[in-house]
Design a protein around this ligand. Structure first.
Ligand code: AMP
Length: 481
């Protein structure tokens, strides 16, 4: 099937051609003809399937298939798209701009973290399509700064994530304020009970298009776990990067401050990195994402929430600096690599007391994951850098340490830290010069983690106590390549 056979208006077809798309993806082939007829659509598809175009193309078509808006005429919001995160909303906005470039489309994203004033000014000038996160949209609605009385098309993207993030009441509030006569499109990667209910209440006689993931990432991705005490993680991560030189990596941390700290540690070790999390100003988030996409940085350090909706191709490595809170999050994180049939690597730095989490992940992913243990004798050689952790560092409740066992997973998979552990107490930092090569013992024989040029981690310094503040220190002279 060709795009030209779908019945889209010429300006939209031209934009699709300019994007370099030749054939519609299965979700597009299934959803677009139905959407063009004005039917409701239920799309069960993940990011990477082309789902954005599946709703954006027919929306733009329907906005401009009739008479074009007269210059100076009032432009009411006719298409409303709701997405769980700022990043996803901005990406959808960018897609609308790209697909609507041959039309007079006006589109804005209304998201938190950006001055409300700028957004309301744009709204006053009139927009055809509005892409919003639920929180900010509800804020504007409550302040009566937004008029949704002319909405003809509503799209909910990543509905399951919106529910996960607790946006169900906001969605109810928003949909109740919309005109009853409208087209609804609902996209979700999974269909848990609440989303089935939502689709029943929202959609009228929908066309259902389901795209089953071809291969679960778990089957393509080379996964491994490194047992590393918390205080040795920075040094281990830096050493890993020096030796393996990942082309493009996402590093996941549990906390916002952790993300900043890890990005700084890597950058100071000569590995250009950016961080992205909920405390960063929108501009900083956009810049970090932009630098990562265009290769200025090779590493993006992110919390789970901030990473949602980020769609960057060619991720070669996913590194769990902190273990995820549950196996589903692990699968979600790891699925950032191994896209489009490419292989990928996932490495998890697992603290000795978290060892049992690995079993739960193995059960969910249906695969045995090789576990390497850092050689305790060599641990003393690592320059130790203990990341402190405060309560307010956590992005959300879900990001908390998985100390009570996996949510939803079989209880007892992780029943608290084992007593003692292999005896990795807190150690003072060694003088930097002691760094040397770092060696890891492994079940399959000792694996040497030969030192690349420079020391395996940042500089040394005086011994540091547990919980000490102050992230990474000054760059090691001669460390970075
Ligand atoms: P999405 O699932 O909407 O996030 O899209 C994933 C990626 O596929 C984006 O980079 C799109 O630009 C791209 N894409 C969408 N539709 C097509 C298509 N028909 N042909 C080729 N690439 C596409």
């Amino acid at each position: 099937m060709l795009f030209s056979e779908l019945g889209l208006i010429e300006p939209v077809l031209q934009a699709v051609e300019a994007e370099g798309y030749t054939t519609p993806s299965p979700i597009q082939a299934g959803a677009i003809p139905a959407a063009l007829e004005g039917r409701d659509v239920l799309g069960i598809a993940q990011t990477g399937t082309g789902k954005t175009a599946a709703f954006a193309l027919p929306s733009i078509h329907r906005l401009f298939a009739g008479a074009l808006p007269k210059p100076g005429a009032r432009r009411p919001i006719r298409a409303l798209v709701i997405a769980p995160t700022r990043e996803l909303a901005m990406q959808i906005r960018d897609s609308f701009i790209a697909y609507g470039r041959k039309t007079p489309l006006r589109v804005i994203a209304v998201v938190g973290g950006i001055s409300q004033e700028i957004q309301t000014r744009a709204l006053r000038n009139g927009v055809d399509a509005l892409i919003a996160t639920p929180g900010r949209l509800v804020d504007l609605m409550r302040q009566r700064l937004i008029d949704l009385s002319a909405v003809e098309m509503l799209t909910l993207d990543e509905a399951d994530r919106m529910f996960d993030m607790g946006f169900a009441p906001d969605l109810k509030f928003i949909t109740a304020a919309l005109p009853a006569k409208r087209q609804n499109m609902l996209f979700s990667a999974t269909m848990p009970g609440p989303i089935v209910e939502l689709s029943r209440s929202l959609l009228k006689d929908p066309v259902r298009v389901e795209i089953k993931p071809e291969k679960t990432p778990m089957q393509i991705i080379e996964q491994s776990v490194l047992i590393v005490p918390r205080e040795a993680k920075n040094a281990t991560l830096t050493a890993y990067f020096r030796i393996n030189e990942p082309e493009r990596a996402i590093v996941f941390t549990r906390t916002k401050h952790g993300a900043d700290r890890v990005a700084t540690v890597l950058s100071r070790s000569g590995i250009p990195s950016g961080a992205i999390h909920g405390d960063k100003r929108q501009n900083a988030r956009i810049k970090a994402l932009f630098d990562f996409k265009n290769g200025r940085t090779r590493v993006l350090v992110a919390t789970d929430i901030a990473a949602r909706g980020i769609d960057v191709d060619g991720i070669s490595h996913v590194i769990n600096f902190d273990m995820p809170g549950d196996p589903e999050t692990y699968v979600h994180r790891v699925g950032r690599t191994g896209r489009a049939g490419n292989s990928g690597k996932a490495v998890s730095l697992c603290q000795p007391e978290e060892r049992r989490l690995v079993g739960a992940i193995e059960r969910l992913s249906g695969r045995k994951i090789p576990v390497d243990r850092i050689d305790p004798a060599l641990l003393a050689e690592l320059p130790i850098n203990l990341p402190p952790q405060n309560e307010e560092d956590f992005e959300s409740f879900d990001d908390r340490a998985p100390a009570e066992g996996f949510r939803g997973g079989p209880r007892g998979d992780f029943d608290g830290p084992p007593s003692g552990g292999p005896g990795f107490g807190n150690r003072g930092r060694r003088p930097a010069g002691k760094g040397g090569p770092v060696k890891y013992g492994s079940r399959s024989g000792p694996a040497r983690f030969g030192g690349g040029p420079g020391r395996p981690s940042g500089p040394g310094g005086p011994p540091r106590g547990r919980g000490g503040k102050g992230g990474p220190r000054k760059p090691a002279r001669g460390g970075p390549r």
